[in-house]
Unconditional design. Sequence first.
Length: 116
Amino acid sequence: MQTRLTSYLDAFDELFNQWYEQRDDVIGGYSYQDPIWYELGLGSNRNRVFLDFYRLNKNRTSTQTHERMLKNYLGSARWLHELEEEGYRSGNWQVMGSYALAEIGLNLPESKESEK
């Protein structure tokens, strides 16, 4: 992600946009859990990789990718904040969700909601 070769940037840009366009059509194996929007997944590597990419390349991506990445983080954070308001949840899911919420808020302080 730190290379100056644009071929890596172009490939990630293309893959991210493919994922973004298809993410709401993905059907998981469990009816009670969305395979894209679930607490443990938002706190895991996927969002961290996207966030690292965004921070390192936000001035180099296309406008479409930049907007979609911000929408992804904002949507993730809003949903995670709703879960936090519901209260305690057992297991490690809440820990991962809290981590993701803090990470998004700290890395995107320009958002008016980041202080929540």
